[in-house]
Ligand binder design. Sequence first.
Ligand code: ASP
Length: 332
Amino acid sequence: MTLISLGGTIASTAAAHGTGVVPQLGAKDLLDTVAGALNDVEVDVVTALRVPSGDLSLDDVVGLARDVREHLEHGAHGAVVAQGTDTLEEVAFALDLLVRSDRPVVVTGAMRHPSDVGADGPANLLGAITVAASPSARSLGVLVALSDEVHAARFVRKTNTTNVSTFASPTTGPIGRVAEGLARIYLRPPRLYDAVDVARIDRVPPVLLFSCAVGDDGRLLERVSDLGYMGVVVEGFGGGHVPAIMVQRLGELAARVPVVLASRTGAGDVLASTYGYDGSERDLLGRGLISAGFLDGRKSRVLLSLLLGAHADAAEVANAFARVHRSATTAR
Ligand code: ASP
């Protein structure tokens, strides 16, 4: 098993009293906190970074995915990534798209730093190692383990600024739990369509995540090309709707760069065939926007960014989103 640490609260300590914590600890320090509870699991440690997770780039994550693949190909039975919780859901989903191994890959972190009363890092790390060491966690895609819950990377989100149970999968709920030192998997998500070949990515281009808000006319969308964005994810209202005033701009934009339509609600599929007004999902999909399916805006941005980084053209992007959606759901 390999433990790779990137920083975050789980690795954060204060240099002096009253200065605030910053990521300083490495993977060996983290592993030492659970050493007495590992039973027979052998863990190799790699300190890749010591950063707040908001400082990670998708290029960092592509490098991380390559490292994880290499460890698994060289015999590691599983991998645990310990990082900040702020962007954990995006990193975990990017790994889900890029690692493509049947061996368990589990991402974890902490909401309370090591010197907080009730620090949750050690329990979360032990839970993640337990899941990664479990045969029942094979072939499930990348998982997220915190607060004794196991979530599929494709569905999980951070939902609260401070709660230790901040991670939730609003569309489906958790797929398992950790109890009495065992990973208990109740639901097995289907294998996700293999949308992105990590070997084809050299640099991940900028992609804009644009969230609709009441009364906004979408003027920022005029500047997308000037600002160098190669694609856009629009988080629409509800089932995938925007104000009518944005429709023409979005249609013109979709003729130039891939524009993906997600929902700002953060759960449930984008609609396909219900509403017919200007700015409705039918209108926008008819103007060439690509449905995000079950993916939320942040995860759609990860998929679109990686596809463009792998030089996918507009038709390949549309096909990949449709196939990722179909692979994860069985709507009839
Ligand atoms: N700011 C921290 C980070 O994401 C929060 C955390 O780790 O929970 O790096």
